[in-house]
Write a protein that binds this ligand. Structure first.
Ligand code: SF4
Length: 308
């Protein structure tokens, strides 16, 4: 056995031991590196993971994802300790709008309803009326009375997609995911020429020209579900490349091709086995949210859950 494999085995057994001692569970977002997904209790999207964790009697949640995801877990499990193995794991899109910028926007549109994509900070959620995910953005937008103006933040591409699907005019913030923006329409064209039988599944954080070329536009959970249910044997996947690990693992008989190898989110790749072990050993880094902000952010999540 290779030395690095022996090292990994030791780390894995130490993590598993500490997990029991701490009454901890490990959550991994679909974009995490393979070794992190493989040791996790749950792998999924940010809201789904936070809901799954809240339903357990674990006392500690190690969230392998980015900041806003660990914050969402803390909002839904205020009595559990939520740890982030690497504090540098931020989301570029979430940081594209601040509560101050949102409040300026609200002042210009005083009667508007604010819908925030879950990929934003807890402070931004606290200033919003409704939260939404990539899976339910269309439903949330459709549920808002026609005569209401809607400010959709921070993802202009998800907002554009929701606006078209719901046939509503939305006021969009200029935010976007730099990772998904690296997937180009040319990439889809090239991949379709190479794999003509493949089904094209893309995430709604992609640009409108990429979305227009897809067979289906789905959240990460939606992509997993479709890959399992579809009759197709080949898929071109238009989202962050970490997604392929789970798809291949769950559907070994099928072939999955990343639409672009440039769709690699640096923040999502910061977590690894060593950092999970340190996190459990030293109980770092705990997520703390001021109670008033947590309460107001939770209100926007609860309002979404009432709709969906
Ligand atoms: S893939 Fe995009 S939206 Fe997701 S964490 Fe990275 S920057 Fe944020």
């Amino acid at each position: 056995m290779h030395v690095s494999e022996l090292k990994d085995e030791k780390i894995i057994s130490d993590i598993l031991k500490l997990k029991v001692e701490r009454k901890a569970i490990i959550l991994a977002h679909n974009y995490q590196i393979g070794e992190v997904q493989d040791i996790a209790d749950f792998v999924g999207d940010s809201l789904g993971l936070s809901q799954q964790a809240a339903a357990t009697d674990a006392e500690v949640i190690v969230f392998c994802g980015v900041h806003f995801m660990a914050e969402t877990a803390k909002i839904l499990s205020p009595d559990k300790t939520v740890l982030m193995p690497d504090l540098n794991a931020g989301c570029a899109m979430a940081n594209m709008i601040t509560p101050r910028q949102l409040n300026e926007m609200k002042r210009k549109h005083p009667d508007a309803v604010v819908v925030c994509y879950v990929n934003c900070t807890v402070e931004t959620k606290a200033e919003s009326d409704y939260c939404c995910t990539s899976a339910n953005a269309v439903k949330v937008v459709k549920s808002i009375p026609q005569d209401k103006e809607i400010l959709f933040i921070p993802d202009k591409y998800l907002g554009d997609y929701a606006a078209k699907q719901a046939n509503r005019k939305l006021i969009l913030w200029e935010g976007y995911c730099p990772t998904h923006r690296r997937i180009l329409a040319e990439d889809i064209l090239r991949m379709k020429a190479q794999y003509p039988k493949a089904e094209v599944l893309v995430h709604p954080e992609c640009t409108p020209d990429v979305i227009a070329m897809a067979d289906r536009v789905l959240s990460t959970s939606g992509i997993c579900k479709r890959a399992t249910e579809s009759e197709s044997e080949e898929f071109i996947i238009g989202t962050e490349i970490g997604m392929l690990h789970r798809l291949v693992k769950e559907n070994p008989q099928n072939k999955f091709y990343s639409a672009s190898n440039l769709a690699d989110c640096h923040s999502m790749k910061l977590n690894n086995l060593e950092k999970i072990l340190w996190s459990l050993e030293d109980m770092v880094y705990p997520v703390e949210i001021p109670p008033d902000i947590a309460r107001r952010a939770k209100r926007s999540i609860d309002r979404m859950l009432e709709i969906v």
